[in-house]
Design a binder for this molecule. Structure first.
Ligand code: IVH
Length: 705
């Protein structure tokens, strides 16, 4: 077929041509990635994509919703599509000592009111990255990374290139989401790094980074060339249960064709769990892939359901981490970094040393007490040994966390080594740096006048879980912060950037080095795209102390709109109803509440917040909990003895169904659930005319009877 030059095409021909190209490119993708049997050469493939792109450029209005330019598998693709997880992808609580494991078992049994010995599964914790695979009718239809747990990245094309991941299977439920870990073996990692080095490409620090870097390739052909593997260990949405227990469910996944870890066993109680931990630890070095601990899960899936979740971790599982890796090296110096909340953090500059396969040259020294060899209460740590520049120090690294200086070898201390004096002034702005009582951290009092705090706040503001503005990362924030002509010093100024640039008498952004017409326009578009923002992201982005991502989400789901949130925090102070309400939110404590109130009362902060919000459209957030639940929105109080569940379980379940659980009866109480022995609360309820029911009626009401 002779191809007509793009600029000679009529609109109708162009439409037809785009449709033909979409089909041809998709067929080529399938042949290449799925069937592993390419039908056309790479050059022909590129030619198809180029022609498609050229026609789209000529006729932008004709670009198809399923345009191949937006798909992975080609150079034109820009980032991954987003996939909201129908069931959140959670992380795990960590245990370090054997005691943490026995505590975990006790907590679980207490929550359930279970007196006997509980069964758990125990299996290696694979050091890779998690992936959720969705099968419909036994066919793989989507693969998504964890992302922030709620929304991941669509890496379907890439996942299709992994041999351990079945493309189709028989005997699966109609809807099956399998979750597990993508990882790379030691041997494959070493070979990959050797190839990368030979071709002058970047090498990876460890197998985990290599696996992540390989899976998150925009061009799935690169992923296909990387030896990735996959272990299945969990699941998300299911149309039918897999089995009654965790262990049998995993066996079923194995039978369907997934790789499951052969070191997965059933254990009765903490004694057997710890024994299996030691067994796995003993095998660790010879497994041929990285693991960083052992995961225990309650075996009975009905009990898992009863146990449910905290904000981001299940109550029925825990990760028992292996001890960290250690190395000794010289402390070359101590730098002080000023963080977003003004905290002065001492950073150890080290003679570079390899710790567990990663070269470490910086490590945290926590705070001034830590350097001096004492804890917050003044009690000695490390036997009271202080740390001095020039010392031989022990560096330790556990998983992905920042390496720490753990110990010091006094026998190697150099003569004349000076005691380290922690600064009492901010090294960035010169403001006094104070320590509040009970706080181990010294903080710069400069607030927003401290350039370090202001920059760190901005970096936080544009970070992934906050405003996540494409093209405006930490590096660009630093550049704009110090820009004389077009500065960004506050979050609000991000949103006035385009307007200020338009009226700028000096050099325009597009004429700057590193920018051009397209990149400047792109940045403005990316900023504009974030002018509408969800409430939870906005709250998190403010960078208020103690208010992290999880807390921001809890607050947003409680107040649902900016106006309600803003008014509540503005009026909250100890003793007010707003204060009581704020503190009643499960997951919000007094410290966080006070921090929010302080931020909203500080004039400079308040002005910055108001100026920002004036630039934005804030999208309300849906309250969590099932909307169709009969108790959603009700304030419930439990009293007396509950016989079918523990108090903790009753509370967690009510909250999961969207009810608020209060500790005492007031005029705001909707329902009192009273067991035998109910005392003063029942009287209060009677006096206030609050509806009162027993435990069975409650279970009936929530559909659990
Ligand atoms: S279970 C709700 N099992 O560890 C439970 N996770 O630190 C979901 N991981 O995000 C996780 N090996 O990426 C589970 N055998 C295993 C695991 C495992 C590795 C990862 C997973 C998770 C992270 C939590």
């Amino acid at each position: 077929m002779v191809e007509k030059a793009v600029d000679l095409l009529t609109e109708a021909e162009a439409r037809e041509e785009l449709s033909r190209l979409a089909k041809a490119i998709s067929a080529a993708n399938t042949a290449y990635h799925t069937l592993d049997a390419p039908e056309i050469s790479d050059a022909d493939y590129d030619a198809l994509k180029q022609r498609n792109a050229a026609i789209e450029a000529q006729f932008p209005g004709l670009k198809r919703p399923d345009s191949p330019s937006d798909r992975v598998g080609g150079a034109v693709a820009e980032g991954f599509g987003k996939v909201p997880h129908r069931q959140r992808m959670l992380s795990l609580e960590n245990a370090f000592a054997a005691e943490d494991v026995t505590d975990f078992d006790e907590r679980v049994r207490k929550f359930l009111g279970y007196l006997g010995i509980l069964d758990y599964t125990a299996e290696p914790k694979i050091d890779g990255l998690s992936l959720s695979l969705r099968y419909e009718g036994g066919v793989l239809v989507q693969a998504a990374t964890r992302g922030d747990g709620e929304v991941g990245e669509n890496v379907t094309e890439n996942a299709r290139t992994i041999a351990d991941i079945p493309q189709r299977m028989t005997g699966a439920p109609a809807v099956l989401e399998v979750r597990g870990e993508v990882y790379m073996s030691h041997a494959d990692f070493a070979a990959l790094n050797a190839r990368q080095a030979a071709s002058g490409d970047k090498t990876f620090a460890n197998p985990r980074n290599a696996a992540a870097g390989s899976l998150r390739q925009l061009d799935a052909r690169i992923t296909a060339a990387r030896p990735l593997r996959f272990f299945a260990y969990s699941w998300g949405e299911l149309s039918d249960p897999l089995a009654p227990t965790q262990f049998e469910a995993i066996r079923r996944l194995d039978a369907m064709g997934f790789q499951t870890n052969p070191l997965t066993v059933r254990c009765s109680g903490p004694g057997e769990m710890l024994a299996h931990y030691r067994h796995i630890e003993a095998q660790r070095a010879t497994l041929g892939y990285d693991i960083d601990g052992v995961v225990y899960k309650v075996n009975d899936l009905a009990l898992q359901t009863r146990l449910g979740f905290r904000s981001s971790t299940p109550r029925w599982a825990i990760a028992h981490k292996f001890p960290a890796e250690l190395a000794w090296t010289e402390l070359l110096g101590i730098d002080i970094q000023v963080g977003r909340t003004g905290a002065l953090s001492p950073v150890a500059r080290l003679r570079p040393v390899t710790v567990g396969g990663v070269v470490v040259s910086n490590a945290t020294l926590h705070n001034e007490d830590y350097i001096a060899g004492r804890d917050r209460r003044g009690q000695p740590i490390r036997g009271g040994k202080d740390i001095r520049v020039g010392d031989l120090v022990q560096v330790y690294r556990a998983g992905d966390v920042i390496p720490k200086v753990a110990d010091v070898d006094l026998s190697r201390r150099k003569e004349g080594a000076q005691v380290y004096v922690f600064p009492s002034e901010c090294p960035e702005c010169g403001s006094p740096a104070h320590r509040e009582e009970g706080d181990s951290v010294r903080r710069c009092t400069g607030g927003l006048i401290c350039p370090a705090q202001a920059v760190e706040r901005l970096k936080h503001f544009v970070s992934r879980a906050a405003f996540d503005i494409e093209g405006l990362g930490a590096k660009q924030v630093e550049m704009f912060f110090n820009d004389p002509a077009l500065p960004i010093r506050t979050p609000a100024e991000i949103f006035t950037l385009a307007a200020r640039d338009a009226t700028n008498p000096l050099q325009k952004l597009k004429n700057r080095e590193g920018f051009g017409d397209t990149s400047a326009a792109k940045l403005f578009t990316a900023i504009e795209a974030r002018r509408t923002i969800q409430l939870d992201r906005l709250i998190f982005s403010l960078g208020i102390r103690h208010v992290g991502e999880v807390a921001a989400s809890l607050l947003a789901r409680h107040y649902t709109s900016w106006d309600a949130f803003e008014s509540a925090i503005t009026h909250a102070s100890p003793g007010t109803p707003e204060w009581a309400e704020l503190n009643s939110i499960s997951g919000v404590g007094e410290v966080m509440a006070q921090s929010l109130v302080d931020a909203f009362q500080n004039p400079a902060e308040r002005q910055a917040i108001d100026a920002l919000v004036a630039q934005l459209t804030v999208q309300p957030v849906q309250a969590r909990g099932r909307v169709d639940s009969p108790v959603a929105g009700l304030t419930v109080v439990f009293t007396g003895t509950l016989e079918k569940m523990t108090r903790a379980e009753a509370k967690a379940r009510a909250e999961a169904l969207g009810a608020k659980v209060a500790g005492s009866v007031s005029a705001k109480t909707d329902l009192l659930v009273a067991g035998p022995g109910a005392g003063s609360k029942a009287k209060d309820a009677e006096r206030l005319g609050v509806r009162m029911i027993d435990e069975d009626a409650w279970l009936q009401l929530i559909g659990a009877a």
